[in-house]
Write a protein that binds this ligand. Structure first.
Ligand code: DAH
Length: 329
């Protein structure tokens, strides 16, 4: 016997206590055991008069139940989409290179592609390697170009024993040449120290990159080409470079390379690095026969590179280790 009212009541109760739409659907509309499905099967066995009476009632109950289930399905779909967009995301911090390390790596890659090798030296140096061997004799006024941190120790006049925080990466030139014969092309990235006050463009702990290329026929034009190539690779091929004469004790002739691009400082020329042909006195201190070799050397502060490239306004930001600042690069 088909009891339409009973099915209807049972559905109304179930829907109030609903936990799972799918099992409700199976219970009433399931293809084999669904209560409505069974009722429709029974309908076939009834006589015509009963069929005509119950058929439309059963059909309308089926519609009602189908609609109710459809609504429930829609509701549960939209409620699972209701994410609270104001909840801050769980951020996954991924590791990254510090802009100074990244700069060093980018520059190393450019020089490595030209056949240079990467060398290192200590940050505490003898006065001899930092100055004397680089043709800064004692009391030479050029020593004033670099404000030096001297390391306290027994009073001595011996430049091999007197220690300094290296003021530049150039002493590694001497160290390398004492143990290697030309030809070679090296770069030396490293940290150097200057006893000076800090401001937006000055730091007392600096990173530099030194270069030295020595052989029997290395010339000034090789140097100009190399430096122009490296700067264009790093900053972009639209930059212009020019060479101006200047003085450093360890090179002769000494030069400085300036760069210009509308992207930096309104297109004004910016001094980027010091360079020149290695002074024969430096070769002599390294133990090379004078006159046998020629070479070029160059050196520059690498902190200026990311500052210019990314428009960072203050050099000191690079050492503050503020993650919010660093994670932009
Ligand atoms: N050592 C110089 C400095 O710190 C930079 C420099 C200039 C290095 C000329 C060189 C060079 O090798 O040839 O200011």
């Amino acid at each position: 016997m088909i009891n339409i009212d009973q099915i209807k009541q049972s559905f109304e109760q179930d829907i109030k206590a609903i936990t799972d739409v799918e099992s409700l659907k199976v219970k009433y509309l399931g293809r084999k055991q669904g209560l409505l499905t069974l009722a429709f099967k029974e309908l076939v066995n009834l006589d015509q008069a009963q069929r005509q009476k119950l058929g439309p009632l059963l059909n309308s109950l089926k519609k009602e139940i189908e609609n109710a289930i459809l609504n429930l399905e829609k509701q549960s779909a939209s409620s699972s989409e209701k994410a609270d967009l104001t909840v801050p995301p769980i951020s996954e911090m991924t590791g990254m290179l510090h802009p100074l390390s990244k700069t060093q790596k980018d520059l190393e890659d450019i020089f490595l592609s030209l056949g240079f090798t990467v060398e290192n030296g200590p940050e505490i140096e003898s006065d001899y390697n930092n100055f004397v061997a680089l043709n800064f004799p004692d009391d030479h006024p050029a020593r004033d170009m670099q404000d030096t941190f001297y390391i306290k120790g027994p009073e001595t006049k011996d430049p091999h024993k007197k220690l300094v925080m290296r003021t530049h990466t150039s002493p590694v030139q001497v160290r390398f040449m004492k143990t290697h014969k030309p030809p070679f092309a090296i770069i030396v990235p490293g940290t150097v120290y200057r006893n000076e006050a800090t401001d937006v463009t000055h730091e007392y702990t600096l990173t530099q990159l030194e270069g030295l290329v020595v052989g029997e026929d290395v010339n000034f034009a090789n140097m100009v080409w190399t430096l122009d190539y490296v700067l264009k690779k790093y900053f972009g091929s639209d930059i212009k470079t020019k060479i101006l004469p200047t003085y450093f004790p360890f090179v002769e002739p000494g030069a400085e390379l300036a760069m210009s691009s509308p992207r930096f400082k309104d297109g004004k020329w910016v001094e980027m690095l010091g360079c020149g042909m290695v002074h024969q006195n430096v070769f002599k201190h390294a133990g090379y026969q004078t006159g046998k070799y020629q070479g070029f050397a160059f050196g520059f502060g690498t902190m200026r590179f990311p500052l210019m490239k990314h428009g960072i306004p203050d050099i000191r930001l690079l050492h503050e280790n503020n993650l919010q600042f660093l994670s932009q690069f």
